[in-house]
Ligand binder design. Structure first.
Ligand SMILES: Nc1nc2c(ncn2[C@@H]2O[C@H](COP(=O)(O)OP(=O)(O)OP(=O)(O)O)[C@@H](O)[C@H]2O)c(=O)[nH]1
Ligand SMILES: [Mg+2]
Length: 617
């Protein structure tokens, strides 16, 4: 088979924040993708709003550069896929590995390999991909490239790398400075990285004259041309406008037309007449298409192996907002709108699942973790949707003997020695099993655990509090195993509004001694709305809208002067973590409100009493 020496396809993989997107920025700049003195934003590939706000990559994205090849005297095109590093989006990484022949494995020169480094490397090696190790952030004061290289080598061996894979090339870099070298003395630019890619990543070895086959790996949406299928041509060629056979995952063959054909060039997609095997292309104008399908020759439709996607582990309900303020703030709030939007999401978010429930107003949405679900909630909210969600719960499975299994996570923690005791105790209560406890060279303690996913829902905030914000925690799905014993849920109750009204300074002053507030004076509340965290177990109904009987003017002015502790402004992620089973989160484009499922305080009191009696019997 011919080798396309004019092409290389690589993915950039790493643990979260090890510098993938920053490195892509400088690869694009140095390959002169931008016009002279064009203003270019940082982390340009993190193009959607949520990615920019959170400073993380959520979706894998394609780009491409052209660089001279000193060996042939010609140019080589390098298709680059930037991938997300967060564990909840690991499925994205796994899929895009289908498109490439090699990977750049970035490792932070101070942090060394982390859980997600292990996950992505295991996948890449398992698929037989050539890896170039890039030890990044060499400019960090605490960089220790020698130690990190040793740890990385150990990881390759532990993951069962072949001799060839374990003999990996190493490039040292500082992505922020756009510099690289084959030694720890950085050169002026990324040329050593480019040369290593040309020398070490195999050029696609493909047959452009065989019947065409392309694997649909990611989907994108174009406002004018609809769904866009992105993937690699494994064999043959595609011409714009040509008829093709779409082979669904269950093997059905449907006729489609590849109306518009694009390749990647810099940040853009450019339309082309034809593309051949080895190239990563985008096709628009196929009426319907899904990830994992093959686009093939209508005369000779042969499917490529489809893509396996990991099963979801966590789920929550999405329903019509039933609070007294329901329907006021959102543009879309009916059950039909919410349903359509959720099912629409499934087309490109392959690791997500949606199911109907006994209630026509409520849907069960399953994902790979709390962040995976939180991103969907935030996206819908920005699109103008209003709805309510429940506390996330883990998805149980049955083994072959009918025994119930629950998901477990591998947890890596770094914290200072003073707080280790507290962390060990917290994880012990959550049925965590300690695997390792090591003192690091930086004077920290590194802990490794296997913990039921159930015990980690709502854990992050408490962890940060216990370690005074200094602890680092990373988790990654480990597997399903027999259920661990009971795990205590939130130890504190909620402060709940007694009746509808506007929260007053006086009301807050009287309540803040009972716990920490989520709202400030002037907030419109309703009966059953959660307005703070009680400092003790059990909920407390409070009259937050109460006004003081004024005896004279002077007193009322003094009242305003009285100092109030600012409320805890919970982010979406924190609200989700906070929820208990008898609470819901109301999500609108303007507000996030936590509420009791049962709003009426008398009814809630009776329900709580019944539950208590049931326990005592
Ligand atoms: N000191 C230093 N910081 C760097 C370097 N490369 C990246 N960073 C910083 O590390 C942070 C994360 O960088 P990103 O490029 O977003 O990392 P990423 O790997 O794409 O992160 P995810 O996509 O979320 O997994 C940013 O604050 C960067 O400025 C480097 O070479 N040196
Ligand atoms: Mg990134």
């Amino acid at each position: 088979m011919p080798t396309r020496t004019d092409l290389r396809n690589i993915a950039i993989i790493a643990h979260v924040d090890h510098g993938k997107t920053t490195l892509v920025d400088h690869m694009l700049r140095q390959a002169r993708v931008f016009r002279e003195n064009q203003q270019v934003a940082e982390r340009i590939m993190d193009s959607n709003d949520l990615e920019r706000e959170r400073g993380i990559t959520i979706l894998a994205k394609n780009t491409a550069i052209r660089i001279p090849d000193p060996k042939t005297g010609g140019e080589v095109k390098i298709n680059i896929v930037d991938t997300p590093g967060h564990a909840d989006f690991g499925g994205e990484v796994e899929r895009v590995l289908n498109m490439v022949d090699g990977v750049l494995l970035l490792v932070d020169a101070a942090e060394g390999p982390k859980p997600q480094t292990r996950f992505v490397l295991r996948k890449a090696l398992g698929m037989g991909r050539r890896a170039i190790v890039v030890i990044n952030k060499l400019d960090r004061k605490d960089a220790d490239p020698e130690r990190v290289l040793n740890e990385t080598f150990d990881l390759f061996i532990e993951l069962g790398a072949s001799d060839e894979q374990a003999d990996f090339p190493v490039v040292y870099a500082s992505a922020t400075q756009g510099r690289a070298s084959l030694t720890v003395e950085l050169g002026p630019d990324l040329v050593p990285l480019f040369s290593t890619i040309l020398d070490e990543v195999p050029a696609p070895n493909v047959d452009p004259d065989a019947p065409v086959q392309m694997l649909v790996t990611t989907l994108d949406y174009d406002p004018y041309r609809g769904m866009v299928a992105v993937g690699r041509i494994f064999a043959g060629r595609i011409r714009a406008g040509q008829p093709m056979a779409r082979i669904t995952r269950d093997g059905k063959v449907r006729p489609v037309t590849a109306a518009y054909l694009y390749v990647h060039q810099g940040l853009a997609r450019v339309e082309v007449e034809e593309a051949a095997a080895g190239e990563i292309v985008a096709i628009a104008g196929l009426d319907e298409v899904a990830i994992g399908e093959t686009l093939a020759d209508p005369e000779n439709p042969v499917a490529l192996p489809t893509i396996t996607v990991e099963e979801p582990t966590v789920r929550m309900t999405f329903g019509v907002n039933t609070s007294p303020f329901g329907g006021r703030e959102g543009r879309w709030s009916t059950s039909r709108r919410i349903r359509d939007r959720l099912f629409e999401e499934l087309k490109h978010n392959v690791a997500m699942q949606v199911a109907e429930t006994a209630s026509a107003d409520t849907f069960l949405v399953s994902g790979r973790g709390e962040l995976h679900l939180a991103i969907l909630i935030e996206t819908m909210r920005r699109e103008g949707y209003e709805f309510q969600v429940s506390r996330p719960e883990v998805i149980l499975r049955e083994d072959e003997n009918g025994e119930l299994l629950e998901p477990f996570e591998e947890v890596h923690i770094e914290t200072n020695p003073e707080t280790v005791g507290a962390v060990v105790e917290m994880l012990g209560k959550r049925r965590g099993e300690m695997l390792k406890m090591i003192d690091t060279s930086q004077g920290l303690v590194h802990l490794e655990y296997i913990v039921p996913t159930r015990g980690l829902l709502g854990f992050r905030y408490q962890f940060l509090t216990a370690t005074r914000g200094m602890g680092l925690i990373n988790t990654i799905f480990h597997g399903y195993a027999a259920q661990a014993g009971p795990i205590p849920t939130r130890s504190k109750g909620s402060l709940v509004a007694w009746e509808e009204g506007i929260a007053t300074i006086f009301g807050i002053k009287g309540t803040e001694v009972r716990g920490s507030m989520f709202i400030s004076a002037g907030t419109h509340v309703y009966e059953g709305m959660v307005i703070g965290e009680h400092q003790r177990p059990g909920d407390l109904d409070v009259n937050i809208a109460k006004t003081k009987h004024l005896t004279n003017m002077r007193q009322s002015i003094r009242e305003i002067d009285e100092r109030i502790t600012p409320p805890r402004n919970l982010s979406l992620d924190e609200c989700i973590e906070y929820l208990s089973d008898d609470e819901l989160l109301e999500v609108t484009p303007e507000n996030l409100r936590i509420r009791k499922r049962v709003l009426d305080r008398h009814e809630r009191g009776r329900a709580a009493k019944r539950a208590k009696e049931a326990l005592e019997v």
